[in-house]
Design a binder for this molecule. Structure first.
Ligand code: 5AD
Ligand code: SF4
Length: 483
């Protein structure tokens, strides 16, 4: 296993070609880029800076930490704003809105670039996996310098070199990959917690979802590589990890030696020094009794399950290709609540899927009322070209979608507030994460169930897990006090 602290970039011989081993090859390009950056900084008379804009999910957030680690190793300095010498957008394309945002932001970057001759712009993430996006960039956004995709993100060092060597747009997007390249540098946003990828891609092909097309086939990392990574994070001060995958419950299916997610989770929870484990996202169809049992029997595993339901109507669920029914979903949530009465369940819900009737929508509201989510991400269906749902009949008119969305949000929020109030007056363990943004005498931290708590404390406590009494529920968060 590589350890970035053990790698001396000065020892890499740049007079030879890049090594064959993929990780070593990328370190070679980090060393090479470092030379370019040093020369540019000398010429400009100031350090070269970078800024990363991250859109979308936890996976992208983790990928951005890797990009940040690589740029820092190259000698770029992180800037707070987009007035930087390299701006990277790590994009999301799960809904059309996400794409629109990126195009809008690119327009602004174009103006900044006019004032800074050193400025370069790079685009990666899910959006760039779509060929119509790349065509549009080539046609109308020619000031973009580098475009790469999700499958070859590990090539970032090599691509930065190509970008710095070229004055034309460099485009390198792969259709897919079976590669998992381990052990490149990463820089964590928080010193005390980290995401850890356990698998990439998705094989579920829900009929509305673009993810399987842009993130590719499901691939699991080997359990030992995951455990080693977590151990080295713990050695580096991390107390909480979030295991990341589009569908963590099918972890291990692609490995030569089958290991289930429940088995992996049990092993992760055994790592000495690690205080908390979370994971995301769970697909209801694959959530096993073993997993419930492992969760229930470990107090290191957070009492939080994100279990996207998407719709409460069995008829719509079938058209969505979700492979469970309203009844089986409710049975599952009942079983989970029986095993862990203090569990917080959260979910994703889509309204306005093609063919959705008022009756279907009532089933969704009914599920929300029965499960009583502690929070829910609610989305209006967005047509994604290339997915089966995009060509289904019965696309729902926007005003009906909006009306259902409003009613859903109202129900979700009312129940979420009631669920929050339920725990008022109790004491919980809170990981202190940062100084409160509004009041510097307070800290903001997170309970195991993912709710935020604001409480008096000093910055020296950040990164510690503290006992906090939840003095007052404010609907979606608490005001608390340490005990
Ligand atoms: N339209 C609306 N929401 C979508 N999601 C995925 N694809 C779409 C789409 N086409 C939502 C799902 C998923 C979450 C990450 O995004 O609810 O769980
Ligand atoms: Fe998309 Fe379904 Fe895969 Fe989630 S499980 S990423 S919704 S295809």
């Amino acid at each position: 296993m590589y350890n970035e602290d053990d790698i001396d970039l000065d020892q890499i011989d740049l007079t030879k070609g890049p090594p064959a081993d993929e990780t070593a090859c990328q370190y070679y390009f980090i060393a090479k880029a470092r030379g370019y950056i040093q020369a540019l900084a000398r010429e400009a008379g100031r350090p070269m800076t970078f800024h990363i804009g991250t859109f979308g999910c936890q996976m992208n957030a983790r990928d951005s930490e890797k990009l940040m680690g690589i740029l820092t190793a190259m000698g770029y300095v992180c800037a707070d704003t987009e007035e930087a010498d390299l701006v990277v957008y790590n994009t999301c394309t799960v809904r059309e809105n996400a794409n629109r945002k990126v195009y809008g932001r690119l327009g602004r970057l174009k103006r900044l670039k006019k004032n800074n001759p050193y400025m370069r712009i790079a685009l990666c993430g899910c959006m760039t996996q779509e060929s119509q996006v790349v065509d549009r960039l080539r046609e109308s956004y020619r000031f973009v310098d580098l475009v790469f995709g999700t499958h070859n993100i590990f090539q970032f060092p090599q691509l930065v070199c190509r970008m710095l060597e070229s004055d034309r747009m460099v485009v390198e997007v792969w259709e897919g990959t079976d590669k998992i390249v381990e052990d490149l540098p990463a820089q964590r946003k928080y010193p005390f917690k980290s995401g850890v990828n356990i698998m990439y891609g998705c094989d579920n092909f829900c009929s509305y979802c673009i993810v399987p097309y842009v993130r590719g086939r499901e691939r699991s990392r080997g359990p030992q590589a995951i455990l080693d990574e977590i151990q080295s994070l713990v050695d580096d001060g991390v107390v909480e990890v979030m295991l990341l995958g589009q569908n963590v419950n099918s972890y291990g299916k692609t490995l030569a030696q089958h290991v289930s997610f429940a088995e992996l989770l049990a092993q992760v929870a055994e790592i000495p020094g690690l205080r908390r484990v979370r994971f995301m996202t769970s697909h209801p169809k694959d959530l096993s009794d073993d997993l419930i049992q492992v969760m229930a029997s470990s107090d290191k595993i957070c009492r939080h399950l994100h279990l996207p339901v998407q719709s409460g109507s069995t008829r719509i669920l079938e058209k969505m290709h979700r492979r469970y029914t309203k009844e089986s979903y409710l049975q599952l949530t009942d079983k989970i609540k029986k095993a862990m009465p203090d569990i917080a369940l959260t979910t994703d819900i889509i309204v306005g899927f093609p063919g959705e009737t008022e009756e279907d929508f009532q089933h969704t509201l009914d599920v929300v009322r029965q499960v009583r989510y502690s929070s829910a991400f609610t989305f209006q269906y967005s047509k994604r070209t290339g997915t089966p749902a995009a060509v289904m009949e019965g696309q729902v008119p926007p005003e009906i979608v909006q009306d259902r969305f409003d009613r859903l949000l109202e129900t979700v929020q009312k129940i979420a507030q009631e669920e929050c109030a339920r725990w008022e007056g109790t004491t919980g363990q809170v990981l202190a994460e940062q100084v409160d943004r509004q009041d510097a005498s307070l800290l903001t931290g997170r309970l195991g169930n993912d709710r935020l708590v604001h409480f008096p404390g000093d910055p020296g406590m950040i990164g510690r897990i503290l006992d906090v009494r939840l003095r007052e529920s404010k609907g979606f968060y608490y005001m608390g006090e340490m005990i």
